[in-house]
Ligand binder design. Structure first.
Ligand code: BTN
Length: 258
């Protein structure tokens, strides 16, 4: 008997009201999902990405058949033009909540990396299409390390659910729960019933280094300093306050966590 590897994933997506497009292999699920033929509610999942893309021009590879690498398409008609970061916040919160459902305590490393302790378990790459000042389509790309136990040594600090939980996880279960959490957090952007203030509060409460003073590097000034996170703006700007009370805002890539 031939087992269709996509069947479990398809069932999980259907239960959440989404449509699964399964690829044994593709370049990048984000690239595939950006094609015009995909619209709100489509999910593109690949077992193997040949050119998976990450933040900062990095790649995303490894764990073929062991992890989850997929892209969810949303048409966020009511997402305010000046607040695109809300999508990142909603996605990151959904990921942390999903990991919590499986007994794994995780946190959000600004802007939207998911960490367990000092190690990265999941990454998010969101790409938006705009028409004038409206978001017409967003592709929410997620890589979640589920059962991978051996990583490329060149990666700085990866970890998987299996390593943290000490057991193998059923990827279709994780996928189903995660899709449910994503729909719960993201669909408000298309239906217009999103409580942005509550989302921002929840995101902040789940931040890695959300409380306390830590070391950072101001990239432009090449300056190391101590500060605490004061807030994250809906634009994505991170405000850090030094012990002497001076504060500065940073966008992605402008500050490093030391
Ligand atoms: C990061 O650098 O942390 C973001 C990684 C995002 C990887 C996911 S895997 C599925 C989707 N397709 C891609 O090419 N990238 C994202």
């Amino acid at each position: 008997m031939t087992i269709d590897p996509a069947a479990g994933f398809r069932l999980a997506a259907t239960r959440t009201g989404l449509r699964l497009h399964f690829f044994p292999e593709t370049a990048s699920t984000n690239d595939e999902a950006r094609d015009r033929k995909y619209c709100h509610g489509d999910v593109v999942l690949a077992e193997n990405q040949l050119a998976g893309r990450g933040q900062r021009g990095n790649g995303w590879a490894g764990g073929v058949g062991e992890n989850l690498t997929f892209s969810l398409v949303i048409e966020p008609a009511t997402l305010p033009f000046e607040k695109p970061f809300l999508l990142s916040e909603a996605t990151a919160v959904a990921l942390v909540e999903t990991l919590g459902d499986f007994g794994i305590g995780a946190a959000i490393k600004w802007p939207n990396d998911i960490y367990v302790g000092e190690r990265k378990i999941s990454g998010v790459l969101i790409e938006n299409d705009l028409m004038g000042d409206r978001f017409t389509k967003s592709v929410v790309g997620i890589g979640l390390n589920v059962n991978q136990r051996v990583f490329d040594p060149s990666l700085p600090n990866p970890v998987s659910m299996a390593q943290v939980g000490g057991r193998t996880f059923d990827r279709t279960d994780v996928f189903g729960v995660l899709l449910g959490r994503l729909v719960a957090r993201l669909w408000g952007f298309s239906e217009g019933d999103l409580d942005a203030a509550a989302l921002e509060k929840r995101y902040f409460s789940l931040l890695y280094r959300g409380g306390g003073v830590f070391r950072y590097r101001d990239v432009a000034m090449d300056e190391r300093f101590e500060a605490r996170i004061e807030r994250v703006e809906p634009s994505g700007e991170l405000t850090l306050v030094r012990p002497d009370g001076t504060r500065k805002g940073f966008f992605f890539k402008e500050v490093e966590f030391l």
